[in-house]
Design a protein around this ligand. Sequence first.
Ligand code: SF4
Ligand code: SF4
Length: 289
Amino acid sequence: MKEYVVLSGKGGTGKTSITASFATLDQNQIVVDCDVDAANLHLLLSPNVESEHVFISGHTAVIDPEKCSQCGLCIDYCRFDAIHYDHTGRVIISEISCDGCRLCERVCPKQAIYAVPSDKSRWYISNYRNGKLIHARIAPGEENSGKLVRIIRQAAQEEAKTQNQDTLILDGPPGTGCPVISSLSGVHACLIVTEASVSGLHDLKRILELTKQYGVRTQVVINKFDLNVEITAKIEAYCETVQVPVIGTLAFDSNFVEAMIACKSVCEWAPESDSCKQIKEIYSKFIAS
Ligand code: SF4
Ligand code: SF4
């Protein structure tokens, strides 16, 4: 089984639009939205949920008001500023701010604090018009998105075995953090979508350092290259220096926005457009890598 991840050093480069086109070009694959902190591939693929699963992201502290003496010790110890007195003098914990470290539980002299599993996050196996989509939604304030990425990749691998598929397309998160590393580890190849901007070049360098560290075969696409041809030339020169091939350059195209508004991929919305033709070529090169 081969897993292909699409990444971008930064948000807003067009990564998900390009991945959505990949997802609608080929039926012989399972698609996974690994951007669990801000999942949006489902908005373009409009899937029907087949099964929903709970993700326990950690723990949240809870105070038993019957036992609490309002001594305030837990407030002093909480490094996340999650515990406060309310207007009645009662001690309360903010579910959103609590990191689940459980220190307050240990220091409370009245054993008034206990931890409950954080169970508001979900992951899904769904069907979209071209096949299976595995995706997730991490609840606000909940953590461990790297672990959630690992879980949905495993679910996708099992689903692929069941369906005799041997290709997974992963829409990775932006940036270089924990969920990106979780999306990148063990994949067959990586495609980085960057854009012709100063921040695009800056963040491309960071993500290329990461893919190099993980020894992942990497290729680059420059989106909206015509918005700043000087930066595009710098990106191409940098990629040449670090020996990473640029396998496509896409011009700014309003079809990207129009397709998004219509909840379609670019190749569904404008199949005869230059953008779609180029995305098809990029996909062929990526899958052949
Ligand atoms: S340390 Fe325990 S008893 Fe003191 S305020 Fe916190 S919960 Fe209440
Ligand atoms: S578990 Fe940690 S973060 Fe949460 S309230 Fe207690 S000390 Fe603060």
